[in-house]
Design a protein around this ligand. Sequence first.
Ligand code: AMP
Ligand code: AMP
Length: 355
Amino acid sequence: MREKILKILKNYKIDKIKIGTLGSHSALNILRGAKDEGFDTVCICKKEDKKIYENFGVADKVIEVEDFKMLLDRDVQEYLRKENVILIPHGSFNAYIGKFDELLVPIFGNRELMEWEIDREKQRIWLERARVRMPKRFSRPEEIDRVCIVKFMGARGGRGYFLAKDAKDFYDKAKKFVEMGLARLEDLSSAEIQEYVVGATVYFSFFYSPINERIELISIDRRYEVVDALGKVPAEIQLGSEIYPTYTVIGNFPLVLRESLLRQAFEFAERIVEVSKEIAYPGMVGPFCVESVFNNNAEMIVFEISARIVAGTNVGIPFSPYSYILFGEFMYMGRRIAREIKVALEKGMLEDLIY
Ligand code: AMP
Ligand code: AMP
């Protein structure tokens, strides 16, 4: 597959490269970053969102689609190749496209690693090989012996996640969630049941630069989820009523970490990058996010990773404390991606960033 993509890239006019993405998730971040680095941009978006992308003025060309899956249509792909577009994948690519075999347009990043991310089993193998501390996992509801968080496959962005303290609680809640339309019955058997780690959640957005062979911390955030509303409802009312807020993400907050905790994050990030090279050549390229909880002992426990830009990096525009310390200029994930492409073009290293 990579050979095929590199062959397509060979036909690209190097001085006419454009940067494109799907209009959602972190598109404004990506497109603005591309503009800051001097690239023309293409945004493939839904009809109803067109106004947003035109309003912000960061898309030189807007392609309207009925559905994001239409990115796979032959004429859309042909147009993107003709326009020398490099696509920047984000969460909507995972959520609405998932398999990338039919996408014959060069992508910045490693599409094989994105598939390692989507498959929870593979993701766990990756993290275990990287010797990253993780929450205990239970293979069946009957094994639950402590508070667990239940995650349905494909229920991305926290939608439909719930907490359960034993098997009965699991089945009761699962039934409720199916009734409320937050989960599907057929998802039950493949649900991931993880020990719920009580602690402070921290999302680290790193960038691995194959050109500099360096891991860079671009920003840190935490999420704003519907479940956060629970704090506004007194406990005695919660107990007496049927309130089931879920982990549906609504936004993100920027975060600065206690400095002595950075070491753990960098150690994990280094090993995650090392193992990525063993499992999916050429390994990590560009943005990745390590999603973690710090417990009472300030130990970092990783519950998920993303092998692409996450929407949490939107808090880092135009810079975060970390990107400023590292670059001394406005730098944020969308711009960092475009910068890597720009430098690669100057050094003749573009192939190293594309899959
Ligand atoms: P959307 O296009 O907004 O539906 O987002 C695509 C995917 O990314 C969905 O699975 C979302 O749940 C997820 N997502 C979008 N924004 C965020 C965010 N701020 N934090 C975490 N996940 C997000
Ligand atoms: P995810 O979609 O896996 O990134 O998780 C969504 C939300 O679920 C996070 O913001 C966390 O608050 C929570 N979460 C996920 N896994 C765990 C865990 N093992 N322990 C505690 N909280 C978790």
